[in-house]
Write a protein that binds this ligand. Structure first.
Ligand SMILES: Nc1ncnc2c1ncn2[C@@H]1O[C@H](COP(=O)(O)OP(=O)(O)OP(=O)(O)O)[C@@H](O)[C@H]1O
Ligand SMILES: O=P(O)(O)O[C@H]1[C@H](OP(=O)(O)O)[C@@H](OP(=O)(O)O)[C@@H](O)[C@@H](O)[C@@H]1OP(=O)(O)O
Ligand SMILES: [Mg+2]
Ligand SMILES: [Mg+2]
Length: 374
């Protein structure tokens, strides 16, 4: 047992330190009726757990407590709610901690059984299968609401599966049509890519995106490809997605449970026929639609600025919430240039940068209260 503990606990030290500087822990805590355990990267903690939010939440009896990734989850808490967003590497550390947790829980049942449970966890890990024992924690502690289920989040950690869900939707088109750009997954390294692209009937330019989205900088490193041939320079696994002209404006639709907020961001500019025929090669491009690219207070052509219709977004959010089994995500939506109502979803992010969403403090506080009430 102890041996496992030594192997399993090898995790970020600055996490605890930073957490201890949160305002809720500086001033004497008000009596809290909702304890929210959180496991965040330090980046997420900084952008999400801002002082104003913590104050507002505290006034509603909500207290945020960092989950210590070095200790078994069952030894911590009690929590009413668990929020989590960690990078790939950190997630696997949580997996290991939880594997130990599992062993502890079953201790009284004897060694053979214990060992088996550990083996199951190791097997899943070594085969890169989604095995995230927060699920087991949830089973052992049904009174705790884990937001969101790890296996549901897995869908959004792959740029193919994230959009498949959208492609399967059959929404009424009364307010607009929602689809996804045509795309091709390249799994292996890629001399045959140009042929595959032609065979799949994809037209250039293409946006090239890493297949896996694990929160790392690399998973956000995107390229624009003007020809098929140069694609073999890029590293698989990747997704090749047709570029859609959309007047350089993107809509970020933030979903928090039942609430929806839309913001406008700048995006890649349109590409003309001349751009397409005169350029060749692949070009990396930086994050163009980050929080610092707001287009909310900019003088735009009203036809470009017009937000997607609210009833369409409500249907979409409800359906995706249901199908994905997630409550915290955002959608990147673009409207094809020259159309009034043809929309493409190009990206879905789990637990996005809510810290820049207008009124997130109130919306999130209400969400957390509603979780406990329901
Ligand atoms: N199919 C497309 N057609 C046109 N522009 C696109 C397309 N896909 C992506 N873009 C542009 O590239 C940007 C980044 O793409 P995407 O959102 O897929 O990447 P990401 O790294 O997942 O971003 P995020 O920071 O939102 O997670 C978009 O904001 C948009 O400007
Ligand atoms: O940094 P921002 O506030 O812009 O938030 C970004 C967030 O970073 P964070 O984890 O620090 O919140 C990113 O998370 P990772 O995939 O890298 O884990 C990703 O979700 C982006 O889509 C978010 O941008 P948004 O979609 O909200 O504009
Ligand atoms: Mg995006
Ligand atoms: Mg994304």
């Amino acid at each position: 047992m102890k041996l496992n503990a030594t192997i399993l606990y090898s995790c970020v030290d600055d996490e605890r330190e930073e957490a201890s500087t949160l305002p809720s822990e500086i001033s004497p805590p008000a009596p809290a009726s909702i304890i929210v355990g959180y496991a965040f990267t330090s980046k997420k903690k900084k952008s999400f757990l801002k002082p104003k939010f913590i104050r507002l939440a505290r006034n509603k009896g909500i207290q945020f407590v960092p989950i210590d990734l070095k200790r078994a989850l069952s030894e911590q808490g009690p929590f009413n709610i668990v929020l989590h967003k960690l990078e790939g590497r950190d997630w696997s550390q949580v997996i290991e901690v939880c594997a130990l947790n599992f062993i502890l829980v079953y201790e009284s049942n004897g060694l053979v059984l214990l060992w088996n449970f550990y083996c199951v966890a190791s097997f899943f890990q070594s085969h890169s299968i989604s095995y995230f024992p927060l699920k087991d924690y949830q089973r052992l502690h049904p009174e705790v609401t884990v937001v969101d289920p790890p296996e549901a989040i897995q869908h959004l950690r792959n740029r193919q599966s994230m959009l498949e869900v959208v492609a399967d939707l059959k929404l009424p088109e009364s307010y607009g049509k929602v689809c996804t750009p045509r795309q091709l997954v390249i799994s292996k390294n890629p001399t045959s890519v140009p042929d595959e692209v032609v065979k799949a009937g994809l037209t250039v330019p293409l946006v090239v995106k890493p297949l896996v989205v694990d929160g790392s900088v690399k998973s956000h490193a995107l390229f624009l490809a003007y020809d098929h041939i140069s694609l073999s320079e890029l590293e698989a696994p990747m997704v090749l997605q047709e570029f859609i002209n959309h007047s350089g404006v993107l809509f970020k639709v933030f979903i928090v449970g039942e609430s929806i907020k839309v913001v406008r961001r700048f995006s890649l500019p349109d590409l003309s026929e001349t751009d397409i025929s005169t350029n060749s090669g692949v070009f990396g491009f930086p994050r163009v639609s980050g929080a610092d690219s707001s287009a909310d207070d900019v003088d735009l052509d009203p036809a470009v600025a017009e937000l997607p219709p609210q009833p369409m977004l409500e249907m979409l959010a409800k359906e995706l919430h249901h199908r994905l089994g997630l409550r915290l995500f955002n959608l990147d939506i673009i409207r094809q240039k020259g159309t009034k109502d043809l929309y493409y979803i190009i990206d879905i992010n789990y637990f996005p940068g809510y810290g820049k969403m207008p009124d997130y403090e109130q919306i999130f506080t209400d969400f957390l209260v509603s979780l406990v009430q329901s």
